[in-house]
Design a protein around this ligand. Sequence first.
Ligand code: E4P
Length: 214
Amino acid sequence: MQFFIDTANIDEIRTASTWGIIDGVTTNPSLIAREGRNLGETIREITTLIDGPISAEVQEAPAEAMVKEAFSFAQIHPNIIIKVPMTFEGIKATKTLSAHGIKTNVTLVFSVPQALMAAKAGATYVSPFIGRIDDFTASERAGSDLVQDIRIAFDNYGIETKIIAASIRHTQHVTQAALAGADVATIPFRVLLDMIEHPLTTKGLAIFRDAAKK
Ligand code: E4P
C-alpha cells in the first residue's frame, strides 16, 4: 500500500518527507487556497521534496480548457498527475490526456459506476472520498465499502487504474482502506502523526525507561 500526503502545506510535506515513507502528494483547490500561494509555484516546490506522484487539480471547465491547463501543469515536472473532476467534461478531458500519455487522477468519486467510467476513460488513479461518504450516509463503513466494491469491480476485469482512498479523517479510515484493498491512501498530516504515535507506545516506553534506570 502506498501512502500519499494530502496537503499543500510545504512544512508538513518537508517534515513527512524526512520519515522516508511518503510515496506521493495530493493537493486540491481548497488545500492550495488554505496556503494562500500560487498553485504552480506550490507544486514546483513540492516536486523538490517528494520524488513520486504529485496531484495538481485543474479547475472545473469545458474539457478543452481543462486539457489546456493540464498541459501547463504537466510541463512543471514528469511526476505531476492531473487531478480531474468526475464530470462529463472531466471524463472527456481524461480520455484526451490519457491519449497523450498524461497521467490523471479522477477525483470526487462516490460510486462504482463513476470509478468504472473514469477507468474506461484511461484514468491512472480514481479517488473515492471515504470520509465524505461516511459523513453523507452517517455510516462508519460506507466509504470503505465503496473502496472494496471498486476493488472487486476492477479486479473482475483486470482494470489497472489505481484506487486512492481519499478524504481520510482518522487512522481507522487507513485500516479500512487497507482491508478494502486500496492501492493508495492519501492522508492528512495529523492522521500520519497518529499512525506513528500511540498512547500505549508512549506509556510502554516510560515503563521501559524506568526499568532501565533500575
Ligand atoms: C483527495 O485527493 C482530496 O484532496 C482530499 O482527500 C479531500 O478530502 P476532504 O474530504 O477532507 O476535503
